[in-house]
Design a protein around this ligand. Sequence first.
Ligand code: BGC
Ligand code: BGC
Length: 673
Amino acid sequence: MNRATPSRFRGSAPLLLTLLLSTILLMAGCQASSQPAPAVTATPATAIMVQPEPDAPPYLDPTLPIAQRVDDLLGRMTLAEKIGQMTQVEKNSIAPPDITGLFIGSLLSGGGGYPTPNTPENWLAMVDGFQENALQTRLGIPLIYGVDAVHGHNNVKGATIFPHQVGLGATRDPDLVRRIGQATAAEMAGTGIPWNFAPVLAVVQDIRWGRTYESYGEDAQLVSQLGAAFLQGLQGDNLAAPETVLATPKHYVGDGGVTWGSSATYAIDQGDLQVDEATLRAVHLPPYEAAIAAGARSIMVSFSSWNGTKLHADRYLLTDVLKGELGFDGFLVSDWQAIDQIPGDYYADVVTAINAGLDMIMVPYDYRRFISTLTEAVEKGDVPMARIDDAVRRILRVKFELGLFERPLADPALLAQVGSESHGDLAAEAVRQSLVLLKNDNAALPLDRETPVIFVAGPAADDIGIQSGGWTIEWQGQAGPITPGTTILDGIQAAVSPVALVHYDRSARFDDLTDAGGTPAVADVGIAVVGEHPYAEGQGDSASLAVSEADLTTVQRLRERSKTLVVVLISGRPLIITGILDDADALVAAWLPGSEGGAVADVLFGDFPFTGKLPFTWPRTAAQLPFDFANLPEIGCDAPLFPYGYGLDARDTQPLDLPECGDLEADAAAATQ
Ligand code: BGC
Ligand code: BGC
């Protein structure tokens, strides 16, 4: 496929309406020249291609330089049309005729913002349907539709769900991450969506944050490298190509560095970054420099604050540093209703945010209020017209770069990309590379396929929803068979020899498994799959990072019923595992693997080696958090349990040798009181 394929040009119906509307607008005394009448010619194939008339306005001529097209279009726009471009509305909140009447420039699906029923075909029809409304406006400026495809096109049932970013951080593999970006873009294109609010570039300094799993790790260089790779995968070499989408590094800047207890809404999410400018520049800014160098064209601003000032109000960081010093000439989009958190009334919020440098506002609900407020602010001179023009120029430039004017609608031929087999294979590859082996005593791993009896336990062993985490179908994610895929149990069952017996009991009771004399049977190998249940954003902030009582019980029960015990931890971050570490012969951090959970078994059974390395320092107790990274003890009970970059190979035969540190859980409990 190349960009010349005339597969997604708009058809004739919207153009006729456009003409009608433009006549009405002209009669109403609206400024600006008349809408051109491009000729519609059917190509021999099924596609319909729009050929601009010789006298069509320059902005519709794809052969002209983008700068010229932007200037031409901007010169034709009314204030209402300009403010419409700066308005982003949540799709369930929009009355579709308002897209046309208020010239809305962008829509989004938030987490869980799917059509019903949730099928790829319905997504395509929904997005194209909204687009038709935009194409009916006088100038026919296409909408840009955005989603959070943060681990695959994750709101879409049946899409490939890749491991969350934390797992990709463990792979340390930029080429893999780039290919995942490419696959994600292809699946998005399959549903007609050109804009992804990803990657997250947070350099997470405190893993108690509920968004830790959305990050590649605690190290600025790792985040920079993998973030740029993902962005390049999404955007390819040519943003206008049919299977590439616009990336959005987020959340600018310092979201990963905020202080526990500084948030008005949650425990840490959306809180305050309390560091000096040198630290901000050294730790949190580098991933954005890398992303801009890699071609970032839109960036999302963070809910968080820097030393008390909301990022959405921080003109220095948005305009002086990002747009000025770093030369970012794409557009800045706000986060979800985030400008409302700026101190003052809504009028002040809008004036402050736009003057600080925000170009598009994720309103996301009450768009009429946003539009009337910004209009009033411009009319009163509180927001200069030059700022509006700059914002709209930035947005239009990217819309032209994306080829939206030439291909505003989806290409149904790309639907087959959603959940394709090759993407599933890629996800499995990522899962295998993301596993980090924390302990492997008694050569417990790799497992033998001929193992006669295996007991599997734990709620996460057979649950696509749990293994996928938050931002999967629903914003918060959800346990259960929420989308197709393979579970870890599926993988174990497929890996063992036909004569091996695999028994699964979620809570490890195995009541009916006794020998002839009624003694509880003992498995050769027990595999406990335990850990976190899905959450997203501040709802996942956790002071204790504790393994649940139920999981501890499951592990203890399985220990009593197995000769060798393997624990697989499903989690978005390191948890406090001292309560299970002694019981486990082997312990594997599997993060949130996504829809190809079965691939975990490929590594447990030795078809592939363990290669993952910790993207986060692993605490011994929650009392050690947040880490003082500059002064981390390396040995003793004050040292982390496992250092950043740790990860065994199954060939390592040295037993894990940890210091005796007393009652760690009691210590931790005392420290958090
Ligand atoms: C999140 C963003 C996300 C947006 C749209 C916000 O709550 O902070 O990361 O892009 O919602 O879903
Ligand atoms: C949306 C999310 C969004 C969140 C913000 C939810 O209702 O689905 O996408 O990030 O609200 O609070």
